[in-house]
Design a protein around this ligand. Structure first.
Ligand code: SER
Length: 590
């Protein structure tokens, strides 16, 4: 069974249990300031996990593309990748532990579905601590499915607890399912979660608590289920493989790397093969995302740059021709071929993907060899790499700091990371590189501010059309707790008078105290009624449409404030160019 068949079966199974299918959200989240990428299926669903009704109901099922850079150092073994697809079934205040666990078990073991060997399955449950009770309920359900005590381990919060990134909000214990991956050695009677041959394949999270700002865990009235099943890992065990790099979506990339470098993958070079395969897939998906970005030195663009440059270095380690700047493009073509049917945007954006990869590879290949020589000199003259030297490699040769750390680690050295960060801060006004979690205030606080900025974004969008030009449309939007950022098509700078008029008009609408109302309808009806829609978006059969008074109308997942009077005073901070024919406004609420 390949990944396509697995995804199809999963959706079919949960549809038969009353779930509605929702599409994968973009990898780059629009309104979640706590993460740079969608790291799990739950991210795009946070507003609904926090109580907002979902237009498609209380039972949902999806395939979500994810980027999880937290695992980047583990890439190189047989089961870790940072770019993957996650299957999920969701209960928003509907079913809970019994159905979730029983359906997981049925899907995994029933001959009609995956038919995995029950004797090779083991699970973990939450052990309990001062905040929350031991998960006896999950344990009893597993026992009722005839799982023996030897195959059920209890683990603490570090292992068996899940919540959104940020400190507050819905969270709860989880139960994780593992599969014994070896075919030539029977699964040991006693389950040892530390034994790497037990591979985690599925996680059922039971969101029954809400963590308050004060750090208390309160039981929630409406409980949710969030499950995540790793497509690549399950395909691996279904096919009796012991490495995910042997399955349909990764093997052709490995083959292409061998082709480009003239090397076969074996024990001494497999880490480079696996890093390249994972990273090129991640880079292709980021460039080909609905909100795809180009390489840069901040935020998602920086992570992308890091992925591409690390690919280039490992290609070189494998002996790729230093004059060839097309290898990442050739590899990306394989990725697009594999995933293009499920993610058609990859095909539509293939030119952008190729151009950006080639530019970035060329840029880095110009400095890579000199930088490596410089590093060798440094390694000879000092024990650990000091901050100034690391900064030189970063600034003059374009080495991402994580790559410098990797080079040092290969020689059993460390890098003065703290000193580097200080040095970096001295040179840049913002230090946000590598920061996966950007806003430390916690999800509740962040969401309060960002909800307001989100409603302000809708007003701004409409006001620009009214004051500046009726042809203006949204080209991009990004919200952090500090500001909103709105990109739109327009081919010249706004005059100071226009900026002032736009600002005044948004403030007038705020003062008018317009109620913000949500309606649900088909996307066709929404567009007929004049709602703004995102270009190229694949909408489900029913969408939410938010209107501010009679004024603005947009297809949008929300959430929004109930009335514009909650917004306070709107202030434009900056109006600048963002790309050819695209202007950018940064604004805030005071
Ligand atoms: N959020 C959980 C995870 O990512 C389950 O989907 O593992």
């Amino acid at each position: 069974m390949d990944t396509k068949q697995l995804k199809k079966k999963y959706i079919e199974f949960f549809k038969s249990k009353g779930h509605a299918e929702i599409h994968s959200a973009p990898l780059i989240p629009e309104h979640d300031p706590t993460v740079l990428f969608t790291t799990a299926g739950m991210h795009p669903l946070v507003p609904f996990l926090m109580g907002q009704p979902h237009p498609q109901g209380k039972r949902l099922v999806d395939v979500q593309k994810c980027i999880r850079t937290q695992d980047i150092d583990e890439v190189g073994d047989d089961t870790h990748i940072t770019c993957f697809e996650m299957l999920g079934n969701w209960s928003l205040g509907d079913y809970f532990k019994k159905e979730a666990i029983e359906w997981s078990w049925e899907f995994l073991t029933s001959k009609q579905w995956l038919g995995l060997d029950k004797n090779r399955i083991a699970v973990t449950c939450f052990a309990g601590d001062k905040d929350a009770l031991k998960d006896e309920e999950a344990y009893k359900i597993w026992k009722s499915l005839k799982l023996s005590d030897d195959r059920i381990a209890f683990l603490p919060k570090e292992d068996n607890w899940w919540g959104p990134a940020g400190n507050t909000g819905p969270c709860g214990p989880d139960t994780e399912m593992f599969y014994w991956k070896l075919n030539d050695r029977p699964a040991p009677k006693k389950f040892d979660p530390k034994d790497k041959n037990w591979v985690e394949i599925w996680n059922d999270v039971f969101m029954q608590y809400s963590k308050t700002k004060e750090g208390k865990y309160e039981l929630m009235k409406s409980k949710n289920v969030d499950t995540g099943l790793g497509v690549e890992r399950v395909t691996m065990v279904l096919n009796g493989k012991t490495s995910i790099f042997e399955i349909d979506v990764l093997k052709p990339i490995i083959t292409k790397i061998a082709d480009i470098t003239g090397k076969e993958m074996h024990h001494s070079n497999e880490r480079s093969f696996k890093i390249i395969a994972d990273h090129i897939r991640a880079a292709t998906f980021i460039l080909g995302d609905e909100r795809g970005v180009a390489p840069s030195n901040v935020d998602q663009g920086y992570i992308l740059r890091r992925y591409i440059r690390r690919c280039v270095r490992h290609l070189r380690l494998l002996g790729a021709d230093p004059a060839n700047a097309d290898s990442t493009v050739e590899l990306a073509k394989v990725v697009i071929k594999i995933h293009g049917d499920d993610y058609p945007l990859l095909k539509q954006k293939s030119r952008f993907i190729s151009e950006e990869l080639k530019k970035e590879q060329e840029r880095f290949q110009k400095t890579l060899d000199k930088g490596l020589k410089e590093f060798e000199k440094m390694a000879l003259s000092m024990a650990d790499i000091d901050a100034k030297s690391a900064f030189l490699l970063y600034q003059s040769y374009g080495f991402p700091i994580e790559m410098i750390e990797e080079l040092a680690a290969e020689k059993n050295r460390t890098v003065d990371r703290k000193g580097f960060d200080e040095e970096y801060r001295k040179h840049q006004e913002l230090s946000r590189i590598g920061a996966e979690q950007k806003f430390k205030g916690g999800l509740s606080e962040a969401s309060e501010i960002t909800i307001k900025l989100h409603t302000a974004t809708h007003l701004l969008n409409e006001v620009l059309r009214k004051i500046v030009s009726p042809d203006i449309h949204q080209k991009g939007s990004n919200i952090t707790p500090e500001r909103l950022r709105f990109d739109f098509n327009f081919d010249r700078k706004l005059t100071p008078e226009e900026v002032k008029k736009v600002e005044d008009e948004v403030n007038r609408l705020i003062k008018e105290a317009l109620p913000v109302v949500k309606e649900e309808m088909s996307p066709e009806d929404a567009i007929k009624k004049g709602a703004q829609a995102e270009f190229g978006a694949r909408y489900p059969s029913k969408v939410s449409v938010y209107s501010a008074g009679k004024y603005s109308k947009e297809i949008c997942m929300g959430p929004h404030v109930a009335n514009t009077k909650e917004l306070g005073h709107f202030k434009i901070l900056k109006e600048e160019s963002s790309a050819a024919g695209v202007r950018r406004i940064k604004a805030t609420l005071e």
